[in-house]
Design a protein around this ligand. Sequence first.
Ligand code: AMP
Length: 587
Amino acid sequence: MDFADIAITFDKLESTSARLEMTDILAEFFSRCPAKELRSIIYLSQGKLHPDFYGVELGMADKLVLKAISLTSGKPDAVVEELWLKTGDPGQVAEQLITKKKQMTLFSEPLTLDRVIKSLTLIETAEGKDSQDRKMKHLASLLHDSGPLEARYLCRIVTGRMRVGASTMTILDALAITYATKESRPEIERAFNVTCDLGLVAETLATDGMEGISKIKVTVGDPVKVMLAERLPSIAEVVEKMGGECAIEYKYDGIRAQVHIGKDSVKIYSRRLEDLTPNFPDIAEAVKAHFKGTEAIIEGECVAVDSETGYMQSFQEVTHRRRKHGMSDAVKEIPVRIFMFDILYVDGKDMTNVPYLQRREAIKEWFDISDNVQMSTMRIVHSVQEAEDFFEDAVNARCEGVMAKSIADTSIYRAGSRGFLWIKYKKDYQESLTDSFDLTVVGAFYGMGKRAGKYGALLMATYDPETGRYGTVCKLGTGFDDAFLDNLPNLLDMYKSPEIPQSLDAKMQPDVWFQPAVVLEVVAAEITLSPNHTAGLGVLKEDTGIGIRFPRFTGRVRDDKGPDQCTTVQEIIEMYEMQSHDSDGLS
Ligand code: AMP
């Protein structure tokens, strides 16, 4: 397939924000795609050569890309640089300077998908002496045979700026329409949730149809989308919702780890599918050593403990393990324990369809327990009183609350879904009306007075997985210390966007826009209806969104969460309802 054909489709996707229109564009395009090329096209549409969890980024520096543009277009460095400063997007620079597709010459080669993938692979794997120069030349050679549109996307792909706006959910819709039926959509989504590999799902569907999809199972090495919990405002409601009886576990304040124990290796994935193995080499080794079988996937929470007292430390401590350098010192300085709470696979058996209590039994059966590899503390409760007593124990043990888990026969592990099979209840809920929010930064306002010239406040948004769009909920200007403010450009500037990001709806106009990427934890006094914000616009009241009042940054950058894993619109609406319900109770 010609890369130009693919670029035209990306452009069409980029010029609409309507999900149905995107689905139609994709479905029409997929119907023309050769099955064997579909996988690469899907990865490219997300700016990658591999599934998300692969961990290798193309990540060419902007300067290097500008050099390739200058070389191909024959424009002086200064012109290229000026345009880059103006647009902030090497894609737009390339599009404007590489004006039209050149005549085929002796030195031209057609720009096919195959050629693009081969060159991008060379860019990705170039190492050692002169590697930067080689990367630049591989890109220049592609640009030489590109038209403006192809150049736009090539430069966005290599610099990690590829965002055509079609969310995973939209791509799944289009795949179902093209290769199966709308009714098969949940089964296709299940296959994605247990492999996190959209390219694999698309290729399987295009090649073997739904029969192939039904054979996709949990596999060691492919991260599984994590199961998530709902929340309720009181322990009494949790117990009632669970039918008067449930399991209840400590909710540890650490980092979720999905540990894949293979025959020869161990990998730990975060909930956003990053490879955490380099950060927790001790945990990887210990979990494998405590396992009595050959292959398994377990989940647990990694928690830092005080090396002297053995007390559990806060989340902040364990995040120090995310530093890339000095890991051997960090392993000694910040001892970490894992509290295992689930098992998804063990020696040939997919455990995701097995009820909760049997999964728990399986952890006991297959793992030895020690100080640093433990099971989450759990009790079966039959009354609100028992649950409240357990909650107190959890808080005394320095946990952030409890996780109630259904023990019904239906209590399977629902990959990628948030539901009432698990319900969280945190001690924060007792102190304020609302839970904390994980929100993504989409804009910044320049400060005044002491903060002049710096980012002084941030525009924060939440995600709606049903529409694949972001909507704003607050302007955040409290809770930052000077060091954090000084560091904000380092954290945010690589996501600067010359205009409002395509996936965002906003009424406010900040000084600088950012692509949704960075997630911050925020607490707030109240959730209100707001005419200025766009999250959940029109859901509760016409032309009115949901806003949060008196937001304050807690100091936690949630780099374990991607922007599409931030608190969802639906959760905020639920919290709003919980809050009104609470105040009803008080009045
Ligand atoms: P939240 O991030 O507030 O939505 O809470 C869900 C997170 O709690 C999970 O992703 C886990 O990282 C964490 N967690 C801590 N203890 C447990 C537990 N016993 N069971 C399940 N999740 C837990």
